[in-house]
Write a protein that binds this ligand. Sequence first.
Ligand SMILES: Cc1cc2nc3c(=O)[nH]c(=O)nc-3n(C[C@H](O)[C@H](O)[C@H](O)COP(=O)(O)O)c2cc1C
Length: 220
Amino acid sequence: MAGFLKKLFGKERDEEMAQVKVAVIYYSSTGTNYEMAKWAEEGAKQAGAEVKLLRVPETAPEEAIEQNEAWKKHLEDTKGVTEVNLDDLEWADAYIFSVPTRFGNVPAQFKNFVDTTGGLWFEGKLINKVVSAMSSAMNSHGGQEATIKNLYTTMMHWGAIIAPPGYSDQSVFTAGGNPYGTSVTVDQDGNMQEDVKDAVMHQAKRTATVAQWVKAGQEG
Ligand SMILES: Cc1cc2nc3c(=O)[nH]c(=O)nc-3n(C[C@H](O)[C@H](O)[C@H](O)COP(=O)(O)O)c2cc1C
């Protein structure tokens, strides 16, 4: 009977649930997606999750990075952020991705990492991971939605459970209203044009919450 009551009243049920693990995985050349990833980290932690903030390794040739001061500086500034590896994907119950738009798609650096996950995929270890994605671009219609949807296509191949924000909170509207995932526009100097912090934090909390539901469902 006590067990039944716990299931009926979500709060008590949450308390007995194992802590959900969230990996916030980002790639950023000039800092925008790093900032968004840090907000996501904050949001997921507020939702009670154990969180790892992880950087996708840089793979661009040094000559290219050298030519862009902002890129070079950001890479140097974030050397201390842990690089993502396959064990992190196995560890986490949920992934929140943040990547810049590159011609309407994910950056090669991110794709390069994704293409190392074949072994995990083959073993079925990516199935039922809860995922959500965010992006940035230089133009307000520069392909942010396409980037997020392209990323989600890969997630479908993984058998992941996509948790988009939809219009589940007022902050989504304030941030520009992208229901696929929070996205932001940056100017030439990398300044964000919309106030997206609350939307990012909401998306992260929602992802952690959905992951908790999925985890509880598998345990129950
Ligand atoms: C190779 C390349 C392709 C890009 N393609 C687009 C694009 O299709 N649309 C757009 O609006 N911005 C585009 N941008 C601008 C980036 O999206 C922008 O610099 C990025 O969102 C900033 O994120 P970051 O500071 O995390 O690197 C492109 C930038 C590069 C370097």
